[in-house]
Design a protein around this ligand. Structure first.
Ligand code: UD1
Ligand code: CA
Length: 451
C-alpha cells in the first residue's frame, strides 16, 4: 500500500508570540515539524505534502533541508482543517493509496502508532487516532458505537452529554486518498467556528455506508504545542525519554537531569557522561568513552575509549579516533585527531589533522583564518608540539617532529626535525633591581606632589 503523508502546518501559532512559524520552533534542536516527519518516515511514504500558510517561505526553506522530495503547498487563508488537507489535492492528483494526515505541531506521535493506524485501515475505510484524555478540555470528542466511530463533535458544537466523553480526537487520520478528497468536497462550514472541519469526514463517511474506526494511543503522543511554555515542557519530556533510553542502552549518566541531548544523539554502551554536558545535533559517541563535565559537543564523532573534557568544546567536523584525549578548555573544529593523540589543555585545533600518538602542548593554536580564507594544518604521527605553539596555516609538521615552546611556525617542518621559532633570550645582570628602584622612586615623587 502506497502512503502519502499530509502534514498540516499552516496555523499561525498566535500564542507562541513569535516571528518564526510555530512548526519551526525546535524541540531537542530539531524543528517540531522534523519530529513529525521522522515519525512519518516509518510508513515509508511515497509522497510527503506539507500544508504551510503563516511563514510558508521559511517552512519551505526548512523542509528542503530536512526531507528530500517533500513538497510544500500553500494554504493562503486558514479556513479549517478540511480546507487545509484540501490544499494537497492537486499535488496528490493521480496518487493511489492511503493519505495519512499528521499535524506539524504534534511532534510526539510514535512510529508504532502510525503503523497501527495503517494496519487498522484493513478493517475500516477511515481510521481516526484517539486518546483517553486526563482533561478533555476543548478537544473534539469521539462518539463511539462499539468498535465503530459514529462522528466527531467539536467542543464548541458539543452538548453537555457529549462534552462528558473523555475519548478525544488527536486530529490524525488515515483513509484512501481519493475517498478522502471526495468526502472533503462535501464538508460545509455551518458550525460554531464557521470553519471547514476535517472531523466532519467521519459522519459523512458513515452516511455513505463506509466503516470508520478509532485507534487509541497514549495521551503523551498527541501532545500539541501552542505556547513557549508548552514548547519547554515538550523539550523536557523529550529529554526525559531520551535519557531513559540511554540508561537502558547501558550508558552511564552521572546526573541524568543535567545532560541535554539532541534529537539525534547516539551514545554507545559503557560510555560515561559526567554532569552538565550539552549535545548539539549530529553527535555520535562510541562505546567506552568518557565525556567529562561541562563539555559541549555538536556535529562530531568520538571513538571508543576517548576522553573529552572537562570543559571541552567539540564543533562540527571534530573526528576523534580511539583513545584520544581532549582536555580542558580545548576547542576542536573540522579536525581529525588520530588514535592516541592528546590535546590536553587550552588549545584551538581547527581545519587540521593530527597524527597518531602526537602530543599537542598547552596553549597551541592553529591559526587557520587569515581574515578572508581558512587554511589547513597537518601534523604527523608521534610528533610533539611544544606549549604555546602558533601554527600559521597552511602549514605541515612531519612525523616524529617537535616544535619548541612558544614557536610561531610559518614554514613546514620535515620528519624528525625540531622547529625553533622565537626571539632569543638575553639576560641583563642587575638590571631588574635597578629598574624596580627607579619605578618606586617615581611613584614616591608622584604621591608627594599630589598632597
Ligand atoms: C483539531 C480538531 C479537534 C482535535 C484537535 C487536536 C478539527 C476541526 N478539530 O482542533 O477535533 O481534538 O485538533 O489537537 O479538525 N491547520 C491548518 N490550517 C487550518 C487550520 C488548522 O494548517 O486552516 C493546522 C494547524 O496548524 C494545526 C492543526 O491543523 O497544526 C490543527 O488545527 P487547530 O486549529 O489547532 O485545531 P483545533 O481547533 O485544536
Ligand atoms: Ca490545536
Amino acid at each position: 500500500m502506497s502512503i502519502a503523508l499530509v502534514i498540516l502546518a499552516a496555523g499561525k501559532g498566535t500564542r507562541m508570540n513569535s516571528d518564526i512559524p510555530k512548526v519551526l520552533h525546535p524541540i531537542a534542536q530539531a524543528p517540531m515539524l522534523e519530529h513529525a516527519l521522522a515519525a512519518g518516515r516509518a510508513l515509508d511514504p511515497e509522497r510527503t505534502i506539507i500544508v504551510a500558510g503563516h511563514g510558508a517561505e521559511a517552512v519551505q526553506t526548512a523542509v528542503a533541508k530536512i526531507e528530500d522530495g517533500a513538497e510544500v503547498v500553500l494554504q493562503e487563508e486558514q479556513l479549517g482543517t478540511a480546507h487545509a488537507v484540501d490544499q494537497a489535492r492537486a499535488a496528490l492528483e493521480g496518487f493511489s493509496g492511503d493519505a495519512v494526515v499528521l499535524y506539524g505541531d504534534t511532534p510526539f506521535v510514535s512510529a508504532d502508532t502510525l503503523e497501527r493506524m495503517v494496519e487498522a485501515r484493513q478493517r475500516a475505510d477511515l481510521v481516526i487516532l484517539g486518546f483517553e484524555a486526563a482533561d478533555p478540555g476543548r478537544y473534539g470528542r469521539l462518539v463511539m458505537d462499539g468498535d465503530s466511530l459514529e462522528r466527531i463533535v467539536e467542543f464548541k458544537d458539543a452538548s453537555e452529554a457529549e462534552r462528558a466523553i473523555t475519548f478525544c480526537n488527536s486530529g490524525l487520520m488515515a483513509c484512501d486518498a481519493s475517498v478522502m478528497f471526495d468526502l472533503i468536497a462535501k464538508v460545509g462550514n455551518e458550525n460554531a467556528s464557521g470553519e471547514y472541519y476535517l472531523t466532519d469526514l467521519v459522519a459523512l463517511a458513515r452516511r455513505e455506508g463506509k466503516s470508520v474506526t478509532a485507534v487509541s494511543c497514549d495521551e503523551a503522543e498527541t501532545l500539541g504545542i501552542n505556547s513557549r511554555a508548552e514548547l519547554a515542557q515538550a523539550d523536557a519530556l523529550f529529554q526525559k525519554r531520551a535519557r531513559a533510553e540511554l540508561l537502558e542502552l547501558g550508558v552511564t549518566l552521572m546526573a541524568p537531569d543535567t545532560v541535554y541531548l539532541a534529537f539525534d544523539t547516539h551514545i554507545g554502551r559503557d560510555t560515561v557522561i559526567e554532569p552538565n554536558v550539552v549535545f548539539g545535533p549530529g553527535v555520535t559517541v562510541e562505546s567506552g568513552a568518557l565525556i567529562r563535565a561541562f563539555s559541549h559537543l555538536e556535529g562530531c564523532h568520538v571513538s571508543q575509549g576517548a576522553k573529552v573534557g572537562p570543559y571541552a568544546r567539540l564543533r562540527p567536523g571534530a573526528e576523534l579516533a580511539e583513545n584520544t584525549h581532549i582536555g580542558n578548555f580545548v576547542e576542536i573544529k573540522n579536525a581529525e585527531i588520530a588514535e592516541g593523540a592528546k590535546v590536553n589543555h587550552l588549545s584551538y585545533i581547527g581545519d587540521a589533522s593530527i597524527g597518531e600518538a602526537s602530543n599537542i602542548g598547552a596553549g597551541t593554536i592553529t591559526c587557520n583564518y587569515d581574515g578572508v580564507m581558512k587554511h589547513r594544518t597537518e601534523i604527523g604521527a608521534r610528533t610533539f608540539i611544544g606549549s604555546n605553539t602558533m601554527l600559521v596555516a597552511p602549514v605541515k609538521v612531519g612525523n616524529e617532529a617537535m616544535t619548541a615552546t612558544g614557536a610561531v611556525v610559518t614554514k613546514d617542518v620535515e620528519d624528525g626535525a625540531l622547529a625553533i621559532a622565537r626571539a632569543e633570550q638575553t639576560n641583563k645582570p642587575g638590571r631588574a633591581r635597578k629598574l624596580m628602584d627607579m619605578l618606586r622612586a617615581k611613584k614616591a615623587r608622584l604621591q608627594k606632589g599630589a598632597k
